[in-house]
Design a protein around this ligand. Structure first.
Ligand SMILES: [Zn+2]
Ligand SMILES: [Zn+2]
Length: 139
């Protein structure tokens, strides 16, 4: 099956791992972490491996995508996660080992953080607000 580049539409796209394998090897077989790119959009000067802004842009898109998929509830069961992300149950149990399971299920933020390789990306102004809240001890 020929894959087309998601950026420019050229055929024979390669799989790019939005969260690099060096950042989280456990995400290397997870389809939501794939982005199809031609060699130029992948390895060229504006590609995610050469351009930090492109890399961050794709990571933020993945994060948005994940929050969208898990937007309806605060907690999800393993079965729901398997269905939503099209991954095997053995993959899930391997990945979720060590993640806190509440009686309602896994927490949305924990799930998204895990599929983001352990890091959430937030904008500078959001970060300032969060820091301010922490400083003021509101939460
Ligand atoms: Zn391309
Ligand atoms: Zn890549």
């Amino acid at each position: 099956m020929v894959r087309y580049c998601e950026v420019c539409g050229r055929p024979h796209a390669e799989i790019h791992h939005i969260i690099f394998r060096s950042e989280a090897s456990y995400l290397s077989n997870i389809p939501i972490n794939f982005k199809y790119l031609c060699s130029n959009c992948h390895r060229g000067k504006n590609g995610p491996h050469m351009n930090r802004n492109t890399d961050i842009k794709y990571k933020k898109q993945l994060q948005q995508n994940l929050f969208h998929i898990f937007e309806s509830k605060a907690y999800y069961s393993e079965t729901e996660i398997i269905k939503k992300l099209d991954i095997s149950s053995s993959e899930i149990s391997r990945m979720f080992k060590g993640l806190r399971r509440y009686k309602e299920g896994y927490k949305k933020e924990d799930i998204v953080t895990l599929f983001m390789g352990g890091t959430l990306y937030i904008d500078e102004h959001e970060k300032e607000i969060l820091d301010l809240i922490k400083e003021l001890n509101i939460i």
